[in-house]
Design a protein around this ligand. Sequence first.
Ligand code: ADP
Ligand code: NI
Length: 216
Amino acid sequence: MKNQIIEQTKVYVRNELGEDATGHDWFHVDRVRRNALHICQEEKIGEPFIIEMAALLHDIPDEKLNESAEKGKEKLASFFQRITLPDEAKNHIIQIIESISYKGGRKTELKTVEAKIVQDADRLDAIGAIGIARAFAYGGKKGQLIYDPNIAIRAEMSLDEYRKGKSTSIHHFYEKLLKLKDLMNTEAARKMAESRQQMMVVFLEQFYQEWDEQEL
Ligand code: ADP
Ligand code: NI
């Protein structure tokens, strides 16, 4: 029964996100799903079914991928109308998805261990080698520069500034990606974040070195 719902959800998500070029493609979702189940196993907490469903559906209502936040919510709700699941489980999954978005660093208190695990899994996929690739894919699609040394790094910003302000993909590392390691909720995720953090630090060092290499 649960297996069947998972399979049904996978088919739905693959159809919805398969070709997205902003780093929210099916493979992103599948990595988040596997990372989340791995953390659940390591920490021996949380209900795997709820975690897997929330991981699979976490990007479906994302306001960046929908006409509006409201339209995104409706899309998720209409999927839930088609599947057979107790309201309690549906509401828990929806509540996880609504609570885990980063939104410029604003901290929302996560209510359940399942939410904490899915958030960690999503954040793990935003850092490391894959995180680097996704940042430039997202930046390119959005039309922002790889880097511009004349733009200041914004340490604090409103949600609107975070989404719309002029920035570059390199700036995004300081505005978000390098901060994620210390924001992990679980020990298992913090451990997985270490080598990924190191990868980004080395990448940035090399990036500036190449940028400044030929001083004429
Ligand atoms: P958010 O809620 O912060 O938008 P997402 O997880 O939806 O986060 O972002 C999707 C991917 O795109 C992530 O890998 C994220 O780091 C990257 N991304 C988001 N905003 C930017 C940006 N301004 N520049 C480069 N990459 C970005
Ligand atoms: Ni995601």
